[in-house]
Each structure stands twice: as C-alpha cells, then as structure tokens.
Design a protein around this ligand. Sequence first.
Ligand code: 0O2
Length: 249
Amino acid sequence: MPAPTDLQGLRALNGDFTRFMMSYKFGIDEVMTKINILREEFSHRHDYSPIENVSSRLKSAESILAKADRKGSEMTLDGIRSDVHDIAGIRVTCSFISDTYKIFDMISAQRDVTVLQVRDYIAQPKANGYKSLHMIIEVPVFMSDHVEQVKVEIQIRTIAMDFWAALEHKIYYKYNRAVPERLLTELRDAALAANRLDVKMERLHDEVLALASVPGADDGVIDTRDIGRDAVPDAMLRMLAAARSDQQQ
Ligand code: 0O2
C-alpha cells in the first residue's frame, strides 16, 4: 500500500495528466466552434454547404504513450506535447475535392490560427491509396490564469476518401498490420475507383451549378429554421379557409 506522501504525489500526477488532456479537449472545442461557424456562414452565403460532417476525437492515454514511444519522445508531458501532434483530432468530410481546399484556406486564414504542418495526401496520395488533407494547427485556449497554445490535427477529405480510409483502417487492424497482398491490391483499386467517383461527381455538380435555375422550381423540402418565416402559400390558406368554413356549417 503506498505511503500517504506517495498518494499525494500520485494525486498531483493525476491532476497534471487531467489538465494536460483538458487543454486538448478545449482545443477541440475552439476549433469545432470555428468550423461550425464557417459551415453555417458559408451555407447562408452560397446556398450550399462544403462540409458534410465534422467529428472529433481525443487520443487515449495508451495510444498517446504508444505514439510517443514510436517517435522516441522524451517521456514527459512536455516531451509528448511537443512530439505527438494528433492528441486532439478533428475530421471534416466534404462533398467535393475542391471543398477540402476551400475549408483548408478558410481555417488557415484565421488570425489566431497558426498552421504548423501540412500534409497533402490528396495531391500526393500514400502508396496504399490513402487520400486526405492533413493540417496541424495551433490555437490559443484562454484558461482562468493563462493562455495555452494547443495543437489540433485536422483531417479534411471527401466522403469517398473517408469511406475508403475507414475500411482500410478496419482491415489494417483486423490483420494486425500484416494485410495480405491481394487485399492491398484491391484496396489500391478501390482508392482509384473512389477518386474516379470524386472527379465525376464534382464535374456533374459544376455542370448543374452552371445551369440557370428554373423559376418556381421547388425541391419539395424546407429548412426547419424557416418554419414561421416563409409565407404560407395561397393554396394552403385557401384549403384551411375551406376546411374551417365546412366545420362551421
Ligand atoms: P489514429 O488511430 O487514426 O490516430 P507525424 O506524427 O505527423 O510525424 P503521423 O501521425 O503518422 O506522423 O502523420 P500522418 O501521416 O499525417 O498521419 C496521421 C493520421 O492520419 C493517422 O493517425 C491516421 O489517423 C491517418 N492516416 C495516415 N495514414 C493513413 C492510412 O494509410 N490509412 C488510414 N486509414 N489512415 C491514415 P494515427 O495515429 O496513425 O492513427
């Protein structure tokens, strides 16, 4: 059983690690807010959203230690902070390849964002077929008594790239990293097929955007935020009036 002084020491270490992890959680909160604002404001201005989905995750303590060990980091919180860049991770999925770069530019242009590293696996895919645009940024997090610069990794990719990466990740772990050559070849083929789909969908999208919209065309849905704001159509008002007068007779 540890002596009381050891226990106090352990509690202090526990507190250090909790504060370390909380700073990354706050980093994620800051960047999620930025991305959600971009998403909402962009869709309002351009009538379409370049972002399909945004998710975040914090690396587990085990995974942080394994990565620090792999990188030969100094095994202290400072050593880990300086070498492991993806403790806080955010993934943004977009419909089209050009949207991934738009999001990248909009994030990079923010005054309190420092871009520390960029890996463009979209322009230069990995040998296994992996495509994604990675950026490591640093954002200020305002604590009660100090400001901390926190690193956040952002992965930006299309839905097709994300579909591929999720499956490849699953296969990789299923085979404990020793994936049979046949599956690796199929994965490379699938990555090429996903890229062909991305290119074709974007071309179609551009073609449709270039068309003038047909006056009065209606896709049959409304945004829930517009309930009460949009005028109720005459036909609906006439129907309600007729129903009311039937009830009164
Ligand atoms: P997990 O479990 O997703 O967190 P670096 O520290 O920057 O020098 P690192 O971290 O390998 O080296 O950088 P890189 O290449 O930018 O990769 C970071 C993350 O991208 C990985 O984190 C994966 O999430 C993802 N990634 C990179 N390559 C691949 C790939 O080939 N397939 C898939 N599915 N994902 C990939 P982790 O920590 O490796 O994994």
